[in-house]
Design a protein around this ligand. Structure first.
Ligand code: UDP
Length: 361
């Protein structure tokens, strides 16, 4: 089979790494990078570390409003899809690259397989929610990471096209977790200086539109971290760098290590060795759960309900007292509770795509 995969953002490179490896054992893959994430440490570093094959096409599209980015990507994606005549277009997650590829492929009558289908926040103001809903409704094969995703698709009348395969992020976490030791983590500060990883630390990521569109919310979050009993490592997303740097300069915030984004191997090493995690990232919430680490999520909606049991992951508003209070709630970890599959999602994704072809979709 010929499969055209579209990626564009950091979490998609991680999922594609494990799935592409499995896919290429039997099939031809054409890899298209939209260019949504383009800095070395948000893109190329992932390709190098995770040995993802070089993209066949790089469309170089990033920035602008949601409509501008999605529209430009749609126009640019048509040519590779028409040139290569794929049997299936394979998409991951919930970014503008996912939505653009889904709409373009659907208009060309190409079957679409969506990995991470059915995940819902039930918040229509969350931009990724719209991308997920639209992509699911034009896809031929909907592959869910969790049973709650399956249930959401059933409620939307999508059950016939849906399968539970597990989460390729769990496959990646399992495969790569032991590849880096804390002593090997390389942190670079926002002005280029090297920083050593503290013995004990908290791990913070925060970059969503909801938390970083003004100073107030981000400052509340940083002020909470500043009061903890160990320093915080905060790799800053490029979207948020200017604001974070300004707040650091203005308020000191000496217990927070503001760093450039780290690579995936460093990131999961930080997850595995952090005291606790504070984040607004969908990926990091799951990784905290995989590692059995307490997580506080700064969002007003649940992304992954399976992680929210026994205080393992709790929502907090961007208010320092609320964050500190939730961080202090003790959690209980049941190591036998594995709602994200068995670490074999990539193989199941490939089998599901093969079955789709066999039934002539
Ligand atoms: N991540 C990384 N470097 C960082 C911060 C995060 O490699 O500096 C990883 C993290 O471990 C997770 C993924 O990036 O695997 C999450 O991506 P992101 O937060 O950008 O997207 P989301 O999960 O919210 O869609």
């Amino acid at each position: 089979m010929k499969i055209l995969t579209v990626v564009g953002a950091r979490p998609q490179f991680i999922k594609a790494a494990v799935v592409s490896r499995e896919l290429r054992k039997q099939h031809q893959e054409i890899l298209v990078h939209t260019g949504q994430h383009f800095d070395y440490n948000m893109s190329e570093q992932f390709f190098e570390e995770l040995e993802i094959p070089k993209p066949n096409y790089n469309l170089g599209i990033s920035g602008g409003s949601h409509a501008q980015m999605t529209g430009k990507m749609m126009m640019a994606l048509e040519a590779p899809m028409l040139e290569t005549h794929p049997d299936v277009v394979l998409l991951y997650g919930d970014t503008n690259s996912t939505l653009a590829a889904a709409l373009t492929a659907a208009k060309l009558h190409l079957p679409i397989c969506h990995v991470e289908a059915g995940a819902r926040t039930h918040s229509r103001t969350n931009p990724e929610e719209l991308n997920r809903i639209c992509t699911d409704h034009v896809s031929s094969l909907l592959l869910a990471s969790t049973e709650s995703g399956m249930k959401c698709m059933e409620q939307e009348g999508l059950a016939r096209r849906a399968r539970f395969v597990g989460d390729p992020m769990f496959d990646a976490f399992t495969a790569y977790s032991r590849k880096r030791a804390p002593g090997e983590v390389v942190l670079t500060g926002l002005t280029g200086e090297g920083c050593a990883l503290p013995q004990e630390f908290y791990y913070l990521t925060c970059h969503r539109e909801e938390n970083t569109s003004d100073d107030r919310d981000l400052l509340e979050i940083l002020t909470a971290m500043e009061q903890l009993d160990a320093p915080t490592v905060y790799p800053v997303h490029p979207r948020n760098k200017a604001r974070a740097k300004r707040l650091q300069e203005k308020y000191g915030l000496s217990r927070i290590l503001f760093t450039e984004p780290v690579g995936y191997l460093d990131s999961i090493c930080l997850v595995n060795h952090a005291k606790k995690i504070v984040t607004d990232s969908g990926g990091l919430q799951r990784e905290a759960f995989f590692a059995g680490k307490k997580c506080v999520t700064i969002l007003d909606f649940v992304c992954w309900p399976e992680t929210m049991i026994e205080n393992r992951n709790e929502l907090a508003r961007p208010k320092q007292n609320e964050i500190l209070e939730k961080l202090n709630h003790p959690q209980t970890v049941d190591a036998g509770y594995l709602p994200f599959g068995d670490g074999q999602a990539a193989a199941k994704i490939v089998s599901a795509i093969e079955a789709l072809q066999e039934c002539g979709a």
